[in-house]
Design a protein around this ligand. Structure first.
Ligand code: ADP
Length: 248
């Protein structure tokens, strides 16, 4: 990794428009999705996305805990996103910090908007996301893993939810930021959408973009989500073509 100017700041964009890992601005890091990666859960998926490694497990619809959260007319979706202590360079303090709570909330809300919750009154659909290795974009990787896990659990939904982050790095709008781009870039915009309608179910933004840059970023994100969606469908097809679900 080359450095310029301030100490330890990497060169994020080469003169011929290549990013720190050699990608073009509209390229996604390699993605591998295994549906049904765990035996004990009702549904599960493992996602490797660049250097991210994320496991998701889904249980339910089942009894609601704690009981007072129960809703008479629909299921609730409870999501817990957690980063393992060993998932980052410097040991992360274990447990749910504010960031994990925020991510759990926005991912849970994204799923609540696509799951046919009225079909399962007074129940809970529990989604667990464990980040084993993190390299930026873990909320998107986690959401993708959880979405495949929900489908694997047979939970009826409008559609799978692909997700990807777009952002601005060295003045360029780019798809799927890796760690250095997230750290030293100008903007980071994770998004998730319903593929058929294009309805956004998660959109967050850190940093600054002009109106034109935002429009360009959203277009690039939609394109990225389509690519991710194809990989999610392929993982489920592979799982069910194998009969009892291969990996686990
Ligand atoms: P996302 O992982 O969805 O991009 P953030 O933008 O909050 O979410 O985080 C970017 C990256 O920063 C993470 O993927 C991870 O590599 C790193 N990171 C986040 N939280 C911590 C932490 N507490 N300690 C060390 N690294 C962290």
């Amino acid at each position: 990794m080359g450095t310029v100017g301030a100490k330890d700041v990497p060169v994020l964009m080469s003169p011929d428009g290549l990013r720190i890992d050699g990608r073009r601005e509209d390229e996604i890091r390699p993605i591998r999705i295994v549906a049904g990666a765990l035996r004990q859960a009702d549904g599960s998926a493992f996602v490797e996305w660049g250097h991210n490694k994320v496991m998701a497990a889904v249980y339910g619809p089942r009894e609601v805990h704690p009981r007072h959260l129960q809703e008479n007319h629909k299921a609730i979706v409870q999501c817990r996103y957690n980063m393992a202590a060993f998932s980052v360079d410097e040991r992360k303090r274990p447990g749910l910090d504010r960031r994990s709570q925020e991510i759990s909330k926005v991912i849970g809300e994204a799923f609540e908007s696509v799951v046919f919750a009225e079909e399962f009154p007074r129940t809970s659909i529990d989604v667990y996301i464990e980040v084993l290795q993190a390299n930026a974009g873990t909320r998107c990787a986690g959401l993708v893993a959880a979405s495949v896990a929900l489908a694997d659990a047979g939970i009826p939904m409008v559609d799978l939810l692909p997700a990807v982050a777009v952002g601005k790095v060295a003045g360029e709008i780019v798809l799927d930021l890796k760690k250095e781009e997230d750290n030293y870039g100008e903007a980071d915009l994770p998004m998730a959408l319903v593929p058929q309608s294009g309805r956004l179910v998660l959109l967050q933004m850190e940093g600054h973009l002009t109106r034109e840059e935002l429009a360009k970023a959203l277009d690039l994100g939609v394109q990225g989500c389509r690519e991710v969606h194809a990989k999610m469908k392929e993982a489920l097809r592979t799982r069910y073509a194998e009969g009892d679900g291969g990996a686990a």
